[in-house]
Design a protein around this ligand. Sequence first.
Ligand code: SF4
Length: 358
Amino acid sequence: MPLFNISAFLIVKLRKPVNNKLMDFEKIKTLLAGQPYYRYLQAQKAIYRDTVSSWQSATALPKKIRDLLEQEAPIEFDFETVKSVDRSTLKALLKMGDGLVVETVLLRHTTRAGQRNTVCVSSQAGCPMGCIFCRTAKAGYERNLTSSEIEGQVLFFKYFLKNSGARVSNVVYMGMGEPFLNYSNVISSIRVLNDREKFDIGARKISVSTCGIPDKIEKLASENLQVNLAVSLNAATDKLRSSLMPVNSKYPLKMLMDSVRKYIGKTNRRVMFEYIMIEGINDGAQQAEELALLLKEILCFVNLIPFNGTGKLKSPQEDVIKKFRSVLEKKGIAVTQRHSYGQDISAACGQLVYSNKK
Ligand code: SF4
């Protein structure tokens, strides 16, 4: 039995932001409408390439235009930050023009290839999908974010990292919201992130995570973008998955896996299946066997994520996770295990906004 009526969750109400304080290039375009186009390109370069902290430093622009931009589109972010103790994670709450608050997270980690700075962006303020393990779901749903509001989260950290000489290397759409319920804004923000004249972040360094909306998975395959697809799976049977994720009642596993097969057929790209492990619910050896069967012969890997939260749902013990992992690996499924970044600041999906609301 589904926990919720999914149709109620799929109603997306849009409310236009009234005075977006994040960098909004649509607004800048309007302000510079009477100017030659190269003035717009100069303004764009000042932000994306030079990361100027004030329009007055954008000296390629005439003083009159700098004053206008300073007045109408100041380079400022309305934000509050919480830093994790180990300094690897920084979570920011950004205020949108209409007062709504969204969270965005910076994960700093060292890999063999060097330092990585990954920004986890939100695509919606809140989320209507109702997954039971998710704090964002409990905070309710407000609206879709505009493309600029999504880009603005990356821009915020681009500015934040500027002084240390570092740059944003990766972006994951794994913050608040279901990206495919805001498909066109998400795709348009990806194109801006990927644009060499703007953020210049390689498509392969951008990942989009969905709870499983089949038609949008297939649509993404035809976008000619080399981004990574992640599917939040969390269970390998319809009964269990529907009890955890209401979306499964509308789009059961067969539909979901068919769309993933089509996606792989078209893009030949490996898909990541995220599996949040919850003690006593989806962490048994039997469930690992079912998962291995579901993913048989699919070009993919599984990312095991021990549940990060408080309350009735708990993370499994280390030996249970190990056993689950070894069942998958024995069946030939590649497995990674995500480090629970920034547990001290509730760095899992939606948790900071939720605790602030409380
Ligand atoms: S897990 Fe993702 S899709 Fe599910 S409610 Fe949370 S934000 Fe929405």
